[in-house]
Design a protein around this ligand. Structure first.
Ligand code: URA
Length: 260
């Protein structure tokens, strides 16, 4: 057994222990394993949901017609073209204050795409997503279900440039930037998506007004791709009691991948 694998198993064992001792945060709220797997199989055959009662500008930005507008990446754009386009993008005001565009990390033949919110200071400095404390915690948790950016995971954000002072992204910034994410998903073709934090979860589910706690623990469908929404790793650092819920969502993600 190599060192990386035994560390992952040790981390998984610790999380399992936490799960056992603090029961009320931890049970999978809505789905049994069988129900989740049924939904995944069905989602591969069905078109995306048409319910728009909780959707609006954010979902339009991802799946709507602006994808084809002249200033947005076209559905024929190659990965290299898309990346080059993003790295020189001036579609919103964030271009003025950024140091680096943060396009992605990880492998392009990934089985999982993790989607976060927006770069912070460390990411702006390096041009890579999730390299600060939250990113290190994310890597540790992903490793417990045998996922890593080196081998099988692609990581990116809804917004590719740092909002000044780490403020929340504005709707117009999300609208300008999200066609990049749309095309990234089309090109990477992950087996499953993991949205971390409410910005990514709301955008990709189209449920703009729904609290993250009500979206986690189940398998959603983004354009035929199974989607799991969970807490942002930075929120876990502030609220450690959510860590087990996050880990349960990772278990669900693993089940989805294993059922594919
Ligand atoms: N938080 C995010 O959502 N993305 C990053 O890349 C870093 C922190």
């Amino acid at each position: 057994m190599n060192i990386e694998r035994s560390q992952n198993e040790e981390a998984a064992r610790l999380l399992r222990q936490r799960q056992e001792i603090s029961s009320q945060d931890l049970f999978l709220a809505r789905l049994t394993r069988e129900e989740a797997l049924q939904i995944v199989s069905a989602s591969r055959e069905q078109p995306p949901p048409s319910d728009s009662s909780d959707s609006g500008i954010l979902q339009d930005a991802v799946v709507g017609s602006n994808l084809q507008s002249p200033s947005s990446p076209e559905s024929t754009t190659s990965y290299t073209e898309l990346r080059d386009d993003a790295l020189t993008c001036t579609r919103c005001g964030l271009a003025e204050s950024r140091k680096n565009v943060v396009f992605s990390a990880g492998v392009e033949d990934a089985c999982v795409m993790v989607v976060g919110e927006a770069p912070g200071a460390n990411e702006d400095d390096t041009g890579l997503p999730f390299v600060g404390a939250a990113g290190k915690f994310l890597d540790l948790l992903l490793a417990t279900v045998d996922l890593s950016r080196e081998r099988n995971t692609y990581i990116c954000n809804v917004i590719k440039c740092r909002p000044p002072g780490n403020r929340d992204p504005m709707p117009d910034e999300i609208k300008s930037c999200s066609p990049f994410l749309t095309r990234q998903i089309q090109l990477i073709q992950p087996e499953a998506l993991l949205a971390v934090g409410s910005f990514a979860a709301r955008l990709l589910t189209g449920r703009e007004k729904t609290a993250l706690g009500r979206m986690r623990g189940e398998v959603h469908n983004y354009q035929g791709v199974p989607l799991i929404a969970t807490y942002h790793p930075a929120a876990l650092l502030r609220n450690p009691k959510w860590t087990c819920a996050f880990w349960e969502d990772l278990q669900l993600l693993r089940q989805v991948l294993n059922s594919g």
